[in-house]
Design a protein around this ligand. Structure first.
Ligand code: ADP
Length: 347
């Protein structure tokens, strides 16, 4: 369902907050010069460490924060420079879910889902039908009369999703929507989000600091650091060719393809040759280079690594120990570097 037609467009967007007063007054740049399109029908992940500017970027989409410079368009309409009443109409097309669910504790499950419909002035019978439909979609029909405190975390987030979908939005913003959940419940909520996207055709912008979440359901991803988008592309591209240190760290957090500091220490103890990590992709002939090396007396041992498939492409990394005459080993490393990314594993 991913077309090139953008539903959200950021053009040269920056957002600066002023904090403190008087002499302690200073500016914090939360988002800096972001130009990015989110395509209609996709699940778009925004990943980055805490403080990278992800939440601020997403709050610019529904005008919860005004931009400092640049323009934001949603579905062909400018968000920046609008008055609150104009924003209210725009926000009807945008649903949002949160890490802490933000449910009304004093309302039932049905009451929570019904709330936005009441505010939008829907008549009672239509509200009742719509709530029943939504609760069925998220698998909570039996829980309609329960209160949030009687639900598990995953169920609460499903109520949050049902409420966000109540008025048929075109776009759903999910801000760390699985961060308060255990891994199993995370999967349950991600499956619901995937159905929201596939069955209802709703574009989802998913903010997270967990690469596993991006891997599970995002079609494309933007990596943020210090307010900037430092790389973006299809999830498979970013996983197979992370070009920044930050993206590389996120990828290896999920893939375990590169040895971490403890593993490097152990590898160093057991392998005394030259250790190099190489990126593996469908189109790289690493085996051929290594076997040529063997004919020149370079022995290799596979010491660490993993290869996986995402969006129908193979990618991963392998760490080799190479042993032999220095110049022959150098030649193998140079040949590898010609076809893929090679990193020396530091002692
Ligand atoms: P993330 O979602 O990636 O954790 P945020 O967008 O929340 O990042 O924050 C980015 C930066 O902007 C941080 O330095 C944060 O302290 C600052 N920031 C965010 N919101 C505000 C605000 N309302 N006032 C002042 N500073 C803010």
């Amino acid at each position: 369902m991913t077309g090139a037609d953008p539903i959200v467009r950021f053009a040269g967007v920056s957002k600066t907050f002023v904090v403190g007063t008087g002499r302690s007054r200073r500016e914090v740049t939360a988002v800096e010069d972001v130009t990015l399109d989110i395509r209609r029908g996709e699940i778009f992940g925004v990943i980055g460490y805490s403080g990278a500017g992800k939440s601020t970027l997403v709050r610019l989409i529904n005008g919860l924060e005004p931009v400092t410079s640049g323009t934001v368009e949603v579905d062909g309409r400018r968000v920046d420079g609008r008055t609150e009443p104009q924003l209210a109409s725009l926000r009807r097309d945008i649903g949002m879910i949160f890490q802490q669910f933000n449910l009304f504790t004093s309302r039932t499950v049905a009451g929570n889902v019904e709330y936005p419909l009441k505010r939008a002035g829907w008549p009672k019978e239509r509200r009742r039908q719509r709530v029943a439909e939504l609760l069925e979609f998220v698998g909570l029909s039996e829980r309609a009369r329960n209160y949030p405190e009687q639900l598990s975390g995953g169920q609460k987030q499903r109520v949050g999703i049902a409420r966000a979908l109540a008025s048929n939005p075109k776009l759903l913003l999910a801000d760390e929507s699985t961060s308060a959940l255990d891994p199993e419940t995370t999967q349950e909520v991600l499956q619901v989000l995937q159905r929201v996207n596939r069955e209802l055709g709703i574009t989802i912008v998913l903010i997270t600091h967990e690469m596993e979440v991006v891997r599970a359901i995002a079609d494309r991803v933007a990596v943020m650091e210090n307010g900037r988008v430092v790389e973006h592309g299809s999830t498979a591209e970013v996983f197979s060719r992370p070009s920044t240190q930050t993206a590389r760290r996120f990828v290896s957090s999920v893939m375990h393809t590169e040895p971490g500091p403890d593993e490097v220490e152990r590898l160093r103890r057991t392998h005394h040759g030259r250790l190099v990590s190489v990126d593996v992709r469908d189109d790289t002939d690493i085996g051929g280079i290594l076997s040529d090396g063997v004919t020149r007396g370079v022995r290799f041992t596979i010491a660490f690594g993993g290869i996986s498939v995402l969006q129908e492409q193979s990618f991963g990394a392998l760490t080799f120990e190479l042993q032999g005459a220095d110049d022959a080993v150098d030649q193998v490393v140079a040949e590898l570097a010609r076809v893929t990314t090679v990193r020396e594993v530091a002692a």
